[in-house]
Write a protein that binds this ligand. Sequence first.
Ligand SMILES: [Zn+2]
Length: 503
Amino acid sequence: MQLRRITLRIATGTIFHETNTFCTHPTTLDNYKHDTLAPRSARTGYLDAKDFFEEFTDTKSVAGGFIDASKNLGFELLPTIWAEATPGGTVSKEAFDYLLSALLEALRKCGNVDGVLLGLHGGGYSEVHNDLEGKVLQEIRAVVGENTPIASTLDLHANVSRLMVDVANALVGYDTYPHVDMYERGLEASEILVSTIKGRIKPTMAMEKPPLILPLQGQFTGRCPMSKLIETAHAVEKEKSVLNVTVSASFPLTDCIDTGIALIVTTDNDVDLARNKAKQLSDLAWSLRRDFLVTPTPIDRAVKEGMTGPGPVVLADIGDNPGAGGATDGTALLRALIQAGADRTVVAVIRDPEAVSKAIQTGVGNQVTMKIGGKTDKFHGEPLEVTGYVRVISDGLFRHRGPMATGMEMRMGKTVVLDVKGVEVILTELRMQPMDLQLYRSVGIEPSEKQVIAVKSSVHYRAAHTPIAKKIIEVNTPGITGPNLKRYMFQKVKRPIFPLDDM
Ligand SMILES: [Zn+2]
């Protein structure tokens, strides 16, 4: 008698990226090795199996969800590679080819697997393969064969392609922006995959894509219309035979044929139901299209409002969000704050390795005059000459304690706090989106005691900052992540599309 193997073997991995094609700098292998979002141990450009468990165990991340699901559901999780870079420009051919072949080689080494559980983004765009995730799924399918189920989580900012839906058995997108449910979606994708492998369900996906792209700020799930769309999706998810409903709000700054909102409904072997429900949600999204548009506040007015009344007032520098490919060295808001004589103010962050290095040479407790920011491209303002006092020099390491990616270690690179007459500028070596209050506390700043907190972020800052903010203002700053989509030179998106075209 042959012994039956009862523990399921499930491979996992990702090549993760959110690509802003309006960014002038490509995303290279170097970014996968050294970026903020590239784990400290990712000297090769990715985490291997050992590093994977060290990095993600006990964290509220997608991979943390996979790890806990493997314990709860009793399967063996086999990491291939886990590669991640900070959102930025088009992924170079060299980086993508290298990471894909590493992933496939590691997958082959896993031997026979019962399923594949991926943590893809969905907003990746590489030089040769514009549908980055479609290509990854297709190549994985070729290795594991038609009968091995593949499930993946997707970021809420996925630009989902037809190929992705055709190749994967299940796609489970985040339901929140700020993304505070990555761990839960990791658990959900694991459950769907295991039930599929065991033959209990047969996931059947349908996708609808109305001709609609949404500015990032309009995708905030804490207010209408996005909250309404997600609530409706959750109501549909409770219906009989519906396994998952994903509202993929899309990443609007990828100029790509697949860019746009996607409504994906997965049922248990009921294609008509999946199609009907996806169409119903698509119609709802379309009817709300004008409500997704946002009008940010002009810089001078925002600074004035920030300096009056009870603080902290959070000024969101939405034009230059590192988490959406921004240069992170935009100076427009900083300049206005200094000119207005703002006090008890913190600016998070300005990425400027040159200035960091100069401040370190100057030393803690000394004064330095130098030009900071505005050095990456022509979209983020001019370098700004400041005279400041070097308060803190740090290694830039801290761990998230707030609601987003809780427990994850973050890396800003060498970091300096420069006090410019009451405006404390956090200067970093790397691009880092402020998503957690530990960022400030790690460099000796208590954000709740500030009058003004300026953050380079579109929406993610809200998760940690809302509890301490007396007021939040979205500021109309220059850069490549702002909400006025008509300003961008789109060439590849499917036309007509709202709001680029009047529909
Ligand atoms: Zn996202």
